[in-house]
Ligand binder design. Structure first.
Ligand code: C5P
Length: 307
């Protein structure tokens, strides 16, 4: 018995760090967006218990520290399974690039095993497991455009789904999320009017509203963590803006930087200009909630109200 599923990357259209929580995490307000850039995850049920993991990318841990392996183990334990699972990941999403690749792989494993094992847990049943594995994992049970609150693990899918062309630039320098959050602490002073995310959520996206106000509070900390990227970011941003991006920001804790475009032609030009300067570029699209659910062949009601 086996199943092959796409495992999509995310970008953060905006990210606000509101404060340090008692649990050591940071209180966030962010807008997550899934993209068509994806890995492929294959799950094979094995007769012997336990989890094995193979990945063609040298930067991905193949042991128990891999979030996808942790997800399989957690679900097997939760469901009291006596069989095991062999996971194979074909990697395309840049590793440690702020694109949620590891978290997405973990969520895809939860969704896939729920189906292969016929557990019927759905989003509601998988959510508590997802939250324990990592703060970014619950979002990937939903996909599309969603507001993330608390540690980024409290997910509210938005009625308005953002559509656009994406140019994702991977500067090829992995950045540690924990290190970037630690550096951001120095600037954790309460800000007036720090509600750009809510302004974005409440306005009409069709009229381009809100994008100009979005930014990523982790950008400065990420550049302090990886100062050698400073010049590259200035060049990347310059090209994205020059070619007409509605939004050009760092994704998550970096180091991937992306531009969101209305127009495929402009996005293509931006991608070509960046490649000509030697940058590694992934051209992709936003993936809406419906598109995400279709790609993962997810059925059932969103929010999982039963009965
Ligand atoms: O949850 P996850 O293990 O993916 O997060 C990685 C690290 O990022 C955490 O160990 C923590 O240091 C930091 N983090 C944070 N606040 C968040 C999310 C992540 O401080 N809301």
């Amino acid at each position: 018995m086996s199943l092959r599923l796409p495992s999509f990357a995310k970008v953060n259209l905006g990210l606000e760090v509101l404060g340090l929580r008692a649990d050591g995490y940071h209180e966030l307000r962010t807008i997550f967006q899934t993209t068509s850039l994806h890995d492929d995850v294959t799950l094979e049920i094995t007769r012997t218990p336990g989890v094995t993991l193979r990945c063609d990318h040298p930067g991905v841990p193949q042991d128990g520290s891999n979030l996808a392996a942790q997800a399989a183990l957690a679900l097997a334990k939760h469901a009291g399974r006596r069989d095991g699972v062999a996971i194979t990941i074909e990697k395309r999403i840049p590793v440690a690039g702020g694109l949620g690749g590891g978290s997405s792989n973990a969520a895809t494993v939860l969704i896939g095993l729920d189906r292969l094992w016929k557990l019927g847990l759905g989003i509601d049943g998988l959510n508590p497991l997802a939250r324990r594995i990592g703060a970014d994992v619950p979002f990937f049970l939903y996909g599309g455009t969603a507001l993330g609150l608390a540690r980024g693990d409290e997910i509210y899918p938005l009625r308005r789904q953002v559509r656009g062309e994406l140019v994702v630039v991977d500067p090829g320098r992995p950045v540690s999320t924990a290190a970037v959050f630690r550096r951001s602490d120095a600037r954790l002073t309460p800000r007036e009017n720090s509600n750009t995310i809510f302004r974005f959520v409440s306005r009409d996206l069709e009229a381009d509203a809100g994008f100009a106000a979005l930014s990523n509070d982790l950008e400065r900390a990420a550049l302090e963590e990886a100062p050698e990227l400073r010049q590259a970011v200035v060049r990347i941003r310059g090209i994205l803006v020059r070619e007409g991006a509605r939004l050009a920001v760092l994704s998550g804790s970096g180091s991937s930087y992306f531009g969101l475009f209305d127009d495929a032609w402009k996005a293509r030009r931006a991608g070509l200009a960046l490649r000509a300067e030697g940058f590694r570029v992934h051209r992709c699209r936003t993936l809406s909630l419906d598109q995400y659910r279709r790609a993962l062949r997810m059925t059932g009601r969103l929010g999982g109200r039963r009965g």
